[in-house]
Write a protein that binds this ligand. Sequence first.
Ligand code: PLP
Length: 395
Amino acid sequence: MKLSRRLETLGVSATLEVTRRASELKAQGADVIALSAGQPDFKTPEHIRQAAKKALDDGHTGYAVPASGLDVAKDAVRQKFRRENHLDYERAQIIVTVGAKEALFLAFMSVLDEGHEVILPAPYWVSFPEQIKLAGGQAVVVRNPGDDFRLTPQHLTRALTGRTRIVVLNYPNNPGGFTYSEDQLLALSDVLKGKDVWVFADELYDRLTYDGTKHISWASLSTETYQKTITFGATSKTFAMTGWRMGFAGGPPELIAAMAKLQGQSSSGAAHFNQYGLVAALTGDQGCVEHMRAAFDRRRHLMYDGLSSIPGLTCSEPKGAFYCFPNVSATYEKVKVRNSIDFAQKLLEQAHVAVVPGAAFGCDDHVRLSYAVSEDNIQEALRRLRTWLDKAQNQ
Ligand code: PLP
């Protein structure tokens, strides 16, 4: 039996693959520290869980109507966008989705035709190239030389062609941990002025910034960016709700309507009772977000300081999200590996620390470590990494 050509060229999610191997080793009794998963180790806050439990008890277990999101959920998303992103959207400009992943997939499918190009700055979130490919588009990966990964106006100008349909911007960035200042964003928006190009602004980590870094939404820069942007969000990372599969997007009504049409023929929308959890998260007490952010901030210092003190590793200080993305390529010869995939595999097998190879994000000199884990685990993982590298050096 044959599979479609579409599937034959589809890559497997590298983060899921590392997590799978780490679980396998754990099941065999190994004491594995997983820094590979992109999710908080916190429980979803109590008031959010209660809201979904109540919705179940109240019988909200049928199809959600409309499939694109309950009115009450769309209104909660509108409130969030207005309060935190200075973006005013009507209901018809909002869609509620099965995680941000579905929103992004629907949007690529709604905009791209065969041969269209999507400018994708590296490092990028692992699913972007695959979703673009599935939608018939071609990812044009742009990568700054050096380790300041931010897209520059020069690189953007050079990458634009008559076939460019979309520019993807993800900040705070997974896996890079960097974000953009307002001036940097404005300089990029100047390049796109008057061009018939969408911006997909993945701002999932908008509330997880550090050292007073302010998040500025791309769509809020000007009337033009507002009209040509779709802004993606989710409660996954900020409210420790990855398993709830709750995402959303805001943008021009015609694009949202196209996405809703596709959603109606594919998933039929996000789970009905979970949408009450989304409402509780976005409209309830926001103290839980700050509580988790402060914990991530402490762990960020611990991990960044630790990595910076290991010879051979260089790491930019993350200003957002919850990842460190050190350049480990100076150690490759020493640990007898050729690339980040071998590095991550060897580290997992020999030192039982799971990290994600940078190759999955378009940067083979790096690996990604999540600091959304306990301080004890960060400390122990760093100790193992240092010992493993020392040993390799003395062999
Ligand atoms: N975009 C980025 C940058 C992410 O890091 C992730 C999840 O890791 C997603 C989108 C997908 O989010 P969700 O779990 O809400 O589908």
